[in-house]
Design a protein around this ligand. Sequence first.
Ligand SMILES: C[S@@+](CC[C@H](N)C(=O)[O-])C[C@H]1O[C@@H](n2cnc3c(N)ncnc32)[C@H](O)[C@@H]1O
Length: 293
Amino acid sequence: MVTYTHFGKQPDVLKHLVLCEVLQIEKPQIYVETNSACAIYTMTHTPEQEYGIYHFLNEANKDATLKNSLYYQLESECMANGNYLGSPALAMKVLNNDVKGCLFFDLEKGALDNIELFARTQAVTPPIRTLNCDSIDGVLKLLSSLPKSTFLHIDPYEIDKTNNNGHTYLDVLIGATKLGMKCLLWYGFMTINDKQVLNKYMSEKFNKVGIKDYTCAELIMNAIKKDTVVCNPGILGSGILATNLSQKSNSIIKDYSKKLVGIYKDALYQEFDGSLYHDTISKKQNIRIKRHL
Ligand SMILES: C[S@@+](CC[C@H](N)C(=O)[O-])C[C@H]1O[C@@H](n2cnc3c(N)ncnc32)[C@H](O)[C@@H]1O
């Protein structure tokens, strides 16, 4: 059984919108995804999906940049048949066979079977390999054998939880970044307190290893609270952390997350304020929190 249930929710919109554009710009030789889940899902019009991909597709229609985005084009075609493409499918479709290979990690065999089946139904796909194991240790072990032109998509939600060997997904990002690889990491949080803990964890780790150059864009619901959860559209805040990307990709991450703030300005999630704000971690180790509720 596949347990990833957040497909098509609002945080997927930020993550997948950015992923498609950045992959097209960076043109990696190898794509590695640490937490792949499935390639394709059946949509069921839940309130969370309405607030997520359905809201995006309706509103992006009014914005030329968003309407021309790869994500809009790929998902609107697939959603017309009632399906949503997860990140493995989006990556395969964007990269086609311009990439030497894609490696997909997941603990769930069912998710990896879904990816392999999806790949077999496509006219053009890159060579793929699926790996059914813990991807923290799996990727850390693989790093030295990968070329610098590898793109690592790290998508765990929790980036500060240690595995049995004491490593975290932020350690994976740091290891790959130090080898010069392109990295995109996605994380989520439910309260401002959680966000502060994560921002501090990231800033301190980066300071310790001397990583100064990174891009961070967070999208947060204005309904978020300091330490309680009053509504749950999936996740109340999420962030993207990128290293070793081109200036063009870094600008896209910031610009597109701000564009999403624009198209969510009057949004509702059930009866709750569904509007969003944009934030980032300050590079001077001062954590900038725009709102405390
Ligand atoms: C956030 S979802 C991935 C969503 C997907 N990347 C997307 O954007 O469409 C999390 C996935 O990570 C997998 N996972 C959780 N812990 C893992 C681990 N230690 N190693 C590999 N996969 C893991 C879960 O089985 C789940 O399928």
